[in-house]
Ligand binder design. Structure first.
Ligand SMILES: Nc1ncnc2c1ncn2[C@@H]1O[C@H](COP(=O)(O)OP(=O)(O)O)[C@@H](O)[C@H]1O
Ligand SMILES: [Mg+2]
Length: 284
């Protein structure tokens, strides 16, 4: 078990007129090495939830456990080096005058010697597709939206976290940048990093997530493998979300009486399923 949420509730501005109940009684187990996807309409509590995972927000009630220990009774600072969070808005994460110092902040804080810091900074920038020689001395706040997002991500990667949490990481990236990022996350996950990704893209979630959580108005509405979740299209649509393009296609084929399996959500799985149907037709 990497992380466990126990009856987690969060109320912003409790007791004040603007009080807002953002999360209610969330119970969730995140296994080590898992790629977990989180989706839900805007305002459903996704960002609030992920900010609890590294102790950026404190539960109003309930607990967050990291490897079985309550993060608020052990050392929260230690958790922040193990669980890296990439914010939804990179501007909130960037603060230094040059990219180099921004990305170096984490490893320096961990007490790495300068040689090691430099190595990690180079590596992290290369990982996110930014040439260190071009970007090291640039001002992070003067970069494009996509570049800022990459620098923010590099800053977290440089800490080499065991768990990587990303809040809508593909926003602001073009198709190529998005594909590169998703492939990098896939690779990190293969190497053992637990990944938790908030996304609006059902196609990305269908492709990457091993487990999927759907939030609705601060509550955990559905969870399961992407196939299990997407096999309930009405429930998904009720939350204001859409199903993946492939699932939509499969549902339409099913309505035509094709006998297709609707628990299929990626292009690769769709090809296998359609080939199976075609073969069966040929036999009939
Ligand atoms: N800093 C904040 N102060 C007060 N209310 C907030 C704050 N951040 C989020 N909220 C409220 O909490 C709810 C969940 O927001 P959020 O976690 O940002 O959802 P999501 O990321 O799914 O869009 C919303 O109703 C939002 O208005
Ligand atoms: Mg959000």
């Amino acid at each position: 078990m990497a992380l466990t949420l126990e009856n987690l509730s969060h109320i912003y501005n409790q007791g004040r007129p603007m009080e807002s109940r953002a999360l209610e009684e969330i119970n969730l187990v995140i296994k080590e090495g898992q790629f977990l996807g989180i989706c839900g309409a805007t305002g459903s509590g996704k960002s609030t939830l992920v900010q609890h995972l590294n102790g950026l927000l404190k539960p109003t009630t309930g607990r967050v456990l990291y490897k079985g220990r309550d993060i608020w009774t052990s050392r929260v600072q230690e958790i922040r080096s193990k669980v890296g969070l990439v914010f939804q808005y990179p501007e909130q994460q960037l603060f230094a005058e040059v990219v180099e110092d921004d990305v170096a902040f984490g490893p320096r804080n961990l007490g790495c010697v300068e040689d090691m810091v430099k190595q990690r900074v180079y590596r992290a920038l290369e990982q996110v597709g930014l040439n260190p020689d071009v970007y090291l001395k640039r001002n992070p706040l003067a970069l494009s939206g996509g570049e800022k997002r990459r620098v923010a991500l590099a800053g977290v990667l440089a800490m080499e976290p065991e768990v990587l949490v990303l809040d809508e990481p593909t926003a602001g990236l073009d198709a190529r940048g998005r594909e590169a990022l998703l492939q990098m996350l896939e690779e990190l996950n293969r190497q053992g990093t637990t990944i938790i990704m908030v996304s609006h893209s059902m196609d990305d979630l269908a492709r990457l997530a091993q487990w999927l959580v759907v939030l609705r108005k601060g509550k955990l509405f559905l969870q399961g493998t992407p196939c299990e979740v997407f096999a309930q299209p009405e429930a998904i649509r009720e939350t204001g979300l859409d199903v993946p393009v492939i699932t939509d296609l499969m549902l339409k084929l099913q309505r035509l009486g094709s006998g297709v399996d609707i628990g299929v959500a990626t292009p690769e799985a769709a090809i296998t399923e359609l080939a199976r149907l075609l073969r069966r037709r040929q036999h009939d």
